[in-house]
Design a protein around this ligand. Sequence first.
Ligand code: 5AD
Ligand code: FES
Length: 353
Amino acid sequence: MENAVKEKIDSLESGSLLSAEEFIFLLENRTPSAAEYAADKASKIRDAVYGKDIYIRGLIEFTNICKNDCYYCGIRKSNKNAARYRLSKEDILNCADYGYDIGFRTFVLQGGEDAFFTDEVLTDIIKSIKNNHPDCALTLSVGERSKDSYQKLFDAGADRYLLRHETADDDHYSHLHPPYLSLSNRKKCLYELKEIGYQTGAGFMVGSPGQTKETLAKDLIFLRELEPEMIGIGPFIPHKDTPFKDEKSGTLEDTLYLLSLIRIMLPEVLLPATTALGTIHPNGREMGILSGANVVMPNLSPPNVRKKYMLYDNKICTGEEAAECLSCLSSRINSIGYSLSTDRGDHIKIRRK
Ligand code: 5AD
Ligand code: FES
């Protein structure tokens, strides 16, 4: 490895605010030895902050109905081949009860932007889950809403919110999304979520069509400025019924290297080894952990809807029961010297309070 790369990774570790050019330099010079150096450093940093615990989040994909038409996403509204579903309140509460019994202490309600789930409907569901399981954290992942709506959901008991920014470059954003969606609104939502007090998650796909080292440098700088508590990154994977069906997937190597750089830059961030990473490589999630990740998000959705929540092709774990995934993941994580934790897994700064 070039000495200059090592020095740049070291200066990222010591808190230097790298410029876009410096991030581009790091991305251009990803050799296997640079990646190994970064992964090793990232792993040590994660161990120092969070130890050997890997946090689990039970993902409840409660609706695949979406009013948006993002070009990369399998549940975009123009996809007429998607079999649409919406879980009832009862279904959702049953998922949470079952998840609680098998050890989950965080539930993630994720769905398309489905107008059925008004503030009223969602607050009722949030209150019931929090009432049934007061020791659990509740994360929402339901897209762009007004600040007033975010506030109501927070007041009802939601603790965290995931809203990937997708890309921090305006032109790239419009290459991935229809004209009525904008990066500026996405950023506004993220800042509002933080202001309200959510533990907030941003993030992006690695290798999305039109992504360059320049746009990635902007992503890293945006993340440093926003300083989200959580960052979700995973490879882009084409879905057969979208405009990007013939595009290439993001790579394992790029994703792992970015996970490491993010961990080094933001030592305390909660960083999942995503299902998409597990989809492009059979040991993708383990490698993600060894590159600095510290969260996994197994699927808690009822088995009969799993295959319908297809954001991309060949998604793993759509045939398994949640308990099967949990024991599978547990042995995978143990095999690399880590263990699944049944803690709520809040960001470390929240626990210090
Ligand atoms: N490949 C990988 N990730 C995708 N997402 C949506 N579509 C795809 C795809 N084709 C990601 C987006 C979104 C998150 C819920 O899933 O980044 O924010
Ligand atoms: Fe789902 Fe391994 S994690 S089967």
